[in-house]
Write a protein that binds this ligand. Structure first.
Ligand SMILES: [Zn+2]
Length: 102
């Protein structure tokens, strides 16, 4: 998992310390891994038609990292539960990620 250093913005880092400034990236890496883990749990629940639990995991993933995958999974979970207003909100999150407001 490649990380961009939040301190100096050096991209594509794979180690626990920034190669440029020495910033500790291990905690950031753990947060990213937890977000991915929650996303996997959400996808499994979605495949099992368990929208409520899928949405909870997708929200947890989103809270750790605002990713398109988390928003998309939350969107699908809302559709599964026929919560169209909330689905629309997640779709809006997706659009904002694709087209950020300057
Ligand atoms: Zn750095």
């Amino acid at each position: 998992m490649k990380i961009t250093c939040p301190a100096c913005k050096k991209a594509s880092q794979t180690g626990d310390k920034c190669l440029r400034c020495g910033c500790d990236l291990s905690i950031l890496r753990q947060i990213r891994e937890a977000a991915t883990y929650e996303l996997g749990r959400a996808a499994r629940q979605l495949r099992n038609n368990n929208g409520q639990v899928a949405l909870a995991h997708a929200k947890r993933s989103w809270s750790l990292k605002n990713s398109a995958s988390a928003a998309r999974t939350a969107f699908m979970a809302c559709l599964l539960m026929k919560k169209f207003d909330e689905a629309t909100q997640w779709y809006s999150h997706l659009l904002k990620l694709k087209h950020p407001v300057p």
